[in-house]
Design a protein around this ligand. Structure first.
Ligand code: NBG
Length: 846
């Protein structure tokens, strides 16, 4: 094994050797390298030889990457072992973050920055004749999530370790992450994302913690030795959960927590029995089923319910995780069920892991023989639930017959919890059946289903929304009865983003500039960016700030050229909308504005506007036809606009394919304008809005989600707010919203909609997808009020145009955005969870 020297935390941005050494490094005159770089070099060469079977001449870029990542992982393991020891001997309280999604992206740069070894690694590799950038580019994004919810989970893991909080993340080790997106003739085409095919060097396999998971079967009534009636779950099938650990290193601290991801495997005895009975095909089929469970991540924007496999995935994952939590608790002889809730706290990331509540109850009732009241008492002291959406189609419901087939025992327990809930309800509102109907865990009427959000509220001691507005709507619109039944249970924790990834790593130029003004500690104390306010009016600082933006734009321009074949100028305003494709996010509102500009330009070649590059990146859920039609429409309009000499370079539209974390990290530092234009009340929070503002983009947005709080922080003069508010939308709906009214009275809107709906942009193509988009806005009733907000949006865009012409004013606004969004650090969010919900203390690791 290579020698591992004690790592020192290098202050942010110290990319140059921090110490000289006379010790010998294998491939270079040692005196030029710092001790950290020497040690890294030794490890890399060791793994190149003994793991990859190469020497530095024969190694491919992938060999270099795997050897380098493994060398970095060693440093994390060292700290991980130390962390584990401190946590175990201290018998500390821990939080377990249960999430079906983690959108991690690449880890190399972030791990190095957090370890304080970024500079040393650059040095070590360059000295070996390798470019760090090239090596790190070999890493596949870990895309085990759909969007904001999964990315939030990844940011929170970073903050948990950084803040020295004892935590374990649990998730699924999907073999295929979110699909890879390609455009073929402007249409989205999906390809499998086989991210682990060439190995995943950050992971550690942990076969000793494999867990059995039971499924299917039936329940039978039995009497126990005391003559009490109980249920037994029998004739089940068993599959195995096999854990992979990814170490999560904190920034500038020694804490390394883990993310444990479960892969499913078939049990051998079960296969063998079937095999011996002569059913070879059957044995292989069942083995395949066992392994199918963790095969693929479900794209969740379109209602994919009714999919047995998704329910099985959810149960598989919570069952493995809970057994692991219980095992860990009882590995300390001082612990018992008495202090379970005192030591363990489980956070449910949306309703996806809601079955954990019932599974813990089942273990307590059936395996521990506890009476219901006590089992329920323990259970409801352990769980906390975060809601991430108010969209009705995204609130999970599972059909009762499906539940009955897959988890018959759990369904009985759900009925038992529901009885308990109905009694509470009766005590509070005697005889009020209306209240019971809305609170019930079971939705009656037609096909019966289990309401997972209700289960989460009932089974948790705290429920939170993810932005002030969202939490207010959650309490007032979604759960008013629960709010009355459980006073004090609902609370808000506004989302946050990790400044390590979303500024320090993705925007090194701006990071360096910031450090010269406010010192090197801002990545740990983001509120200290307020110190930049002093320079907001300083012309020299403004010039530096905007020069960096321009360099970042030039970098993005090169990517746009490579990916889309479009030439764009870094002097244009970069107007960016990057997020999942969804009607509520209104990429089509943006498109209508682009069409309006295009029309103004072709009708009046002298039309005065600041040259703009519209940048889109988004994946549409594969089954979401309208979202795919919007992608097709944007690409079709782009093809015209980009090739029309009449617009004279004033307008370009680039839709970058395959949106993912590593692409976001390239776009965000280059954005001037951040499009956050969802229908008010629909975007729970948004986190892209925070990342863009932090990197000095101005927001054009509605009063939705965290935009409201961004406005509070940056000030109304430094943001472009437009559109109907939640209350105005309610009023409009009550009065009977009619999109045709807007269509009839706004000549430009009518013209661009009809233009889009013709076959002008997609000559002869069938079906005519842009026409489908138009139809959704007129005949379809425009469910997200695109037409109602169109004019206000165009007016706000005129204000953007005017502001951008005034270079000093724009620079000041951009600087103030960076300076004032420190609140949106995920460290602040995690601090609030730890103090107010989890009651978790920091544990220092030396
Ligand atoms: C998403 C919301 C976003 C929010 C993220 C993280 C789901 C179900 N919800 O607005 O749409 O920022 O969660 O909280 O993915």
């Amino acid at each position: 094994m290579p020698a591992v020297v004690a790592d020192r935390v290098i202050p942010p941005m110290s990319a140059s050797p921090s110490a000289k050494s006379k010790a010998k490094a294998p491939a270079a005159p040692a005196s030029r390298l710092s001790p950290e770089a020497q040690s890294l070099q030794q490890s890399i060469l060791h793994y190149l030889k003994y793991k990859m079977g190469r020497d530095s001449e024969s190694a491919t870029p992938r060999d270099w990457w795997i050897a380098t990542a493994t060398a970095v992982r060693d440093r994390m393991i060292e700290r991980g072992l130390e962390t584990y020891k401190v946590h175990r001997t201290g018998n500390v309280r821990r939080v377990y973050y249960l999430s079906l999604e983690y959108l991690i992206g690449r880890l190399m740069t972030n791990n190095l920055i957090n370890l304080g070894l970024h500079g040393a690694m650059v040095e070590a590799l360059e000295d070996l004749g390798q470019s760090f950038e090239k090596v790190r580019a070999q890493e596949e994004d870990m895309g085990l999530g759909n969007g904001g919810l999964g990315r939030l989970a990844a940011c929170y893991l970073d903050s948990l370790s950084t803040m020295d909080l004892p935590a374990v993340g649990y998730g699924i080790h999907y073999e295929f992450g979110l699909f890879r997106q390609e455009f073929v003739n402007g249409h989205q085409v999906e390809h499998p994302d086989n991210w682990i095919v060439y190995g995943a060097p950050w992971e550690l396999v942990r076969p000793e913690f494999t867990q059995p998971v039971r499924l299917f079967g039936r329940c039978e009534q039995v009497f126990d030795a005391q003559g009490n009636f109980t249920w037994r779950w029998v004739d089940t099938k068993t599959i195995l959960g096999f854990p992979y650990d990814i170490p999560v290193v904190g920034y500038g601290t020694k804490t390394v927590n883990i993310l444990r991801l479960w892969a499913s495997k078939a049990t051998e005895d079960f296969d063998l029995r079937t095999f011996n009975e002569g059913g070879y095909i059957e044995a292989v089929r069942e083995k395949a089923y066992g392994e199918t469970i963790s095969k693929v991540l479900y794209p969740n924007d379109k209602n994919e319910n009714g999919r047995e496999l998704r329910l099985v995935q959810q149960y598989f994952f919570v069952s493995c995780s809970l057994r692991d939590i219980i095992r860990r608790h009882f590995s300390n002889p001082a612990n018992s069920w008495e202090n379970f809730a005192e030591k363990q706290c489980i956070q449910l990331n949306d309703t996806h892991p809601a079955l954990a509540i019932i599974e813990l109850l089942r273990i307590l009732l059936d395996e521990q023989g506890q009476p219901f009241e006590r089992a329920w008492g323990i259970t409801t002291s352990v769980f906390a639930y975060t809601n991430h959406t108010l969209l009705p189609e995204a609130l999970e419901r599972w059909s009762v017959p499906l539940f009955q087939r897959v988890l018959p025992r759990h369904l009985l327990i759900i009925y038992q919890v529901n009885d308990h809930l109905m009694r509470l309800c009766e005590a509070k509102w005697p005889g009020d059946h209306g209240k019971k109907r809305v609170l019930s865990l079971i939705e009656e009427g037609g096909a019966k289903s289990v309401r997972m959000a209700n289960l989460c509220v009932v089974g948790s001691f705290a429920v939170n929304g993810v932005a002030e507005l969202h939490t207010r709507l959650l309490r007032a619109h979604l759960f008013p009865e629960f709010d009355a039944l459980y006073p004090g249970k609902f609370t808000n924790v506004t989302n946050g983003i990790t400044p390590r990834r979303w500024l320090r790593a993705c925007n090194p130029r701006l990071s360096a500039l910031i450090s010269t003004k406010v010192g090197g500690d801002w990545a740990r104390d983001l509120a200290s960016l307020r110190g930049l306010e002093r320079w907001a009016d300083d012309p020299a600082f403004q010039d530096e700030f905007m020069a960096i933006k321009r360099q970042n734009k030039a970098d993005l321009a090169a990517i746009i050229h490579r990916e889309c074949g479009i030439e764009v100028s870094p002097d244009a305003l970069f107007d960016v909308q990057i997020k999942r494709l969804h009607e509520y996010k209104r990429q089509h509102l943006n498109l209508l504005h682009i069409l309006a500009l295009y029309r103004r330009l072709v009708q009046d070649p002298g039309y005065a506007m600041v040259p703009r590059v519209f940048v889109f990146a988004a994946k549409a859920a594969p089954g979401y036809e309208l979202a795919k039609a919007i992608i097709r429409s944007i690409n079709a309009v782009a093809a015209h606009v980009n090739n029309d000499p009449r617009v004279n370079g004033k307008l370009k539209v680039a839709f970058l394919p395959n949106y993912r974390v590593s692409l976001a990290a390239r776009i965000i530092p280059a954005a001037d304008l951040s499009e956050q234009i969802s229908t008010a009340g629909k975007e729970a929070s948004g986190t892209g809005n925070m990342k863009l503002a932090l990197n000095g983009a101005l927001t054009i947005g509605t009063l939705d989600g965290a935009n409201v709080e961004i406005q509070e922080e940056v000030g109304p003069e430094n943001i472009f707010i437009f559109g109907h508010t939640v209350e105005e939308i309610e009023a409009l709906r009550e009065a009977g919203y009619d999109p045709h009214r807007y269509y009839a009275k706004d000549e430009e809107l009518r013209a661009v909609l009809d233009w889009l709906g013709s076959d002008y942009f997609v000559k002869g193509e069938s079906p005519n997808l842009p026409a489908m988009v138009r139809a959704s806005l007129l005949e379809g009733g425009d469910p997200f009020l695109v037409l109602a907000d169109f004019r206000a949006y165009c007016d706000a865009q005129l204000k953007v145009d005017a502001a951008y012409r005034d270079r000093r004013r724009w620079a000041r606004m951009a600087i103030l955005n960076t300076a004032r969004v420190g609140k949106f650090s995920s460290d602040r969010s995690i601090g609030e969870y730890a103090d107010r919900i989890w009651k978790l203390r920091r544990v220092h690791v030396d």
